[in-house]
Structures are given as structure tokens and as C-alpha cells.
Design a binder for this molecule. Structure first.
Ligand code: TZP
Ligand code: MG
Length: 208
């Protein structure tokens, strides 16, 4: 279900808007799209989120990063939280049934805690070091990915420095999906990059 998770970032794209990145990534087979923007006003984010929800409808889940309020107001499928955001249990109380709550984790302990709190998925973050997020820190590496995948029942995705080359070993290590910015968003052809990475994920899943 999670397979290819594309996080939108206008600054890392070749001049595309969040909506256009989403449209092109969905056309290439991305099955989750996350709106991630730390600069825009609440109103701007809300308007973008409403459009992205329509672009994703029927093709991909639509998640908003950080902003539970924007996610709920725009009718998104879920929200992605960090370790310093509101606790999962508190967010759950605000949200409708079936609303997805994902959270970034960096250790087996954090992953187990997130699962116990009711996370719908956890994201190992960052798997590898990356320049796409200034405060991402050092990569946790594939051994931590493997440990987390074997410690929780909920879906586990990875984010940070993931590309077409390293995806097969990450899927073999147990990931349910990979989340990327630059491998798709910064590609000269977003749709083609999403198509290629989706195929690599599917093939790696068939081979494990
Ligand atoms: N969270 C952890 S690493 C990261 C985010 C948003 C950036 C991922 O970008 P890239 O280009 O796929 O490494
Ligand atoms: Mg965050």
C-alpha cells in the first residue's frame, strides 16, 4: 500500500508548484503524496492542500506534514508528525475515524512507542544523510531499518537519501515503502522518475 511516497518541496524542484509535483508524481504511480512546506501561511497551505487532495483522489493518499489543522481543514487522508509535534494520542482525539497518523522515528524504542500510541505507519528518518533537510542529522543506516522492521507490526517506510540505486536493499531489509524528495521531485522528468522508482519497489517486493 505504501510503496512510493513522494514528499513535495518546491525549492528542490525545477520550478514546479506543489500541485504540479503531485500531479506528475501520481501520473508516474506514486501512491502517497505529502505536502511539505515550512514557509507558507496557513491560508496558502490550506488552498494548496485542497487542490492536492483533488489531484490525489482515487490514485494516492494525501498527507500533510506537521499541520494537523491544515490536514483536517482540507480533508486530507492524514498527517505526518515529528517527534516534537503533538503526541499521537492527542492528535487522534481531534481526527475522524480512518485518519492516518504517521510519525518519524530514529530507533526501535521510538518505533515501538509510536506503534503503541496508535501510529498508522512509522518512517525511519533519515535512513541516509541528505542535503534535502538541513536538520535531518546523520543517517541511521540499513541495520536500524532492519531492526525497526522486525520490531513493529505497523507499516514502516524510510526517508532520507533514498534513490533508485539503494531502494532494492531497503525493500529487502523489510521496508513497506520508500519516501523521497529529490529522487523524484528534482528529477528532470518527475513522472518518469516516479514510474521508474515504483517499478523498482514492486520488483524488489516480488523478489523478497
Ligand atoms: N525527513 C527526513 S529526511 C528528509 C525529510 C523530509 C528529506 C528527504 O529528502 P531526500 O531528497 O529524499 O533525501
Ligand atoms: Mg515535521
Amino acid at each position: 500500500m505504501y510503496d512510493l511516497y513522494v514528499v513535495t518541496d518546491e525549492a528542490l524542484s525545477h520550478g514546479l508548484t506543489h500541485e504540479e509535483i503531485a500531479r506528475r508524481a501520481v501520473a508516474g504511480g506514486a501512491n502517497i503524496i505529502q505536502l511539505r512546506d515550512k514557509e507558507k501561511s496557513s491560508r496558502e497551505l490550506y488552498e494548496i492542500a485542497c487542490k492536492m487532495k483533488e489531484i490525489c483522489r482515487g490514485y494516492a493518499l494525501f498527507i500533510v506534514n506537521d499541520r494537523v489543522d491544515v490536514a483536517l481543514a482540507a480533508g486530507a487522508d492524514g498527517v505526518h508528525l515529528g517527534q516534537s509535534d503533538l503526541p499521537i494520542a492527542a492528535v487522534r482525539k481531534l481526527c475522524p475515524k480512518n485518519f492516518l497518523i504517521g510519525i518519524s522515528v530514529g530507533s526501535v524504542e521510538e518505533a515501538k512507542e509510536a506503534e503503541a500510541a496508535g501510529a498508522d505507519y512509522v518512517a525511519v528518518s533519515p535512513v541516509f544523510s541528505t542535503s534535502s533537510k538541513s536538520d535531518a542529522g546523520a543517517g541511521h543506516g540499513i541495520a536500524v531499518v532492519r531492526d525497526i522492521c522486525s520490531s513493529v507490526m505497523c507499516p514502516v517506510i524510510g526517508i532520507g537519501g533514498i534513490n533508485a540505486e539503494n531502494t532494492p536493499e531497503l525493500i529487502a531489509a523489510g521496508l513497506d515503502g520508500v519516501a523521497v524528495i529529490s529522487a523524484v521531485v528534482s528529477a528532470p522528468d518527475v513522472t518518469e522518475a516516479a514510474r521508474e522508482l515504483s517499478l523498482i519497489i514492486k520488483t524488489a517486493k516480488e523478489n523478497r
